[in-house]
Design a protein around this ligand. Structure first.
Ligand code: R5P
Length: 293
């Protein structure tokens, strides 16, 4: 008969310890989603800061060659060390973003308008889920036009993308559009961001506004903030600092980086605010130091 007096279990399963991942996830609204979704979200957002520096270069999808984005092949590799997530179209990404770059990818999947039109609110889902999977996209970005003529079709677009994304665990980012005719008030953004979140997106991209902290509080998933039109670097860093203080999980900045005279230095300064807790003043001093070296 076997001697069991000093029998030891081969592995310690730590049965006395509760499941360590039960306590939640570092991003709000994501805890109930599956591993694949969380993995993509962790590719986009930095676990230590909880935030992301997303670089938006999708402007060409309706504007054509945009000032500052003429040569993506030259620009993107220079910015890459400071970009958590590149946001662009499949055409630009495939043609100009080297696949060796490890930053996450936010793939714009809606399009259909151009700046030659007055009403830009009618888009279609142009990229199917199979191509998003082939491109290893970490999220699919869909523009939503609340209050515009294209509201219904854009909500239909986002719901179809979310449904496909749920099948394959690819997050959807709802991009809150602001047309010429739309008011940029907290009333509008509270309405629009909440409608977009309730559709089931995993993150929302929107704009700064008065009482922005209330917009963030009422949105049950992470918000990233677009930079908007080019403003002086100091003001753009203040914008980033201000929205982070009010609860945004990062920025999705385009023109205020690629139209800066010093885009590489500017994105480094944005990084300091988003990931290292620099104030806007400290980040601007850092930027000035870099450009005068
Ligand atoms: C807008 O539809 C585009 O998605 C841009 O990516 C967005 O506006 C962010 O770029 P910017 O910081 O230049 O506003």
């Amino acid at each position: 008969m076997a001697d069991l007096d000093n029998f030891k279990v081969a592995k310690n399963y730590h049965l006395e310890e509760p499941f360590a991942n039960q306590k939640g996830f570092f991003l709000k609204g994501i805890n109930s989603l599956d591993w694949g979704m969380k993995k993509h979200m962790s590719n986009i957002f930095n676990k230590d800061s909880g935030n992301t520096v997303m670089f938006a270069f999708d402007h060409g999808y309706f504007q054509g060659s945009t000032s500052g984005l003429e040569r993506l092949d030259l620009l993107l590799p220079k910015l890459a060390p400071y970009v958590d997530c590149f946001m662009g179209t499949r055409g630009a990404i495939r043609a100009t973003l080297p696949p060796e770059i490890t930053s996450a990818v936010a793939l714009r999947v809606t399009s259909g308008s151009s700046m030659l039109q007055d009403d830009l609110s009618h888009e279609v889902v142009a990229v199917n889920i199979e191509d998003a999977i082939r491109m290893n996209a970490d999220c699919m970005a869909v523009q939503i036009f609340i209050g515009s003529q294209g509201q219904l079709s854009s909500l239909d677009n986002v719901n179809r993308v979310i449904n496909d994304g749920m099948k394959y665990s690819i997050p959807t980012m709802g991009v809150c559009a602001v047309g010429k005719e739309l008011e940029r008030t907290d009333k509008f953004f509270k309405l629009a961001t909440r409608i977009i979140a309730e559709m089931g997106v995993q993150m929302v991209k929107t704009y700064d506004c008065e009482n922005f902290e209330e917009v963030v509080a009422a949105c049950p998933v992470p918000i990233v903030v677009a930079g908007g039109k080019k403003i002086p670097e100091k003001e753009a860093l203040t914008l980033a600092y201000s929205v982070l203080q009010k609860g945004a999980h990062g920025v999705d900045m385009g023109r205020n980086i690629f139209q800066s005279q010093h885009p590489v230095e500017m994105i480094q300064a944005v990084n300091k605010v988003v990931h290292e807790g620099f104030t806007d003043k400290e980040a601007y001093e850092f930027y000035e130091d870099l450009i005068h070296r």
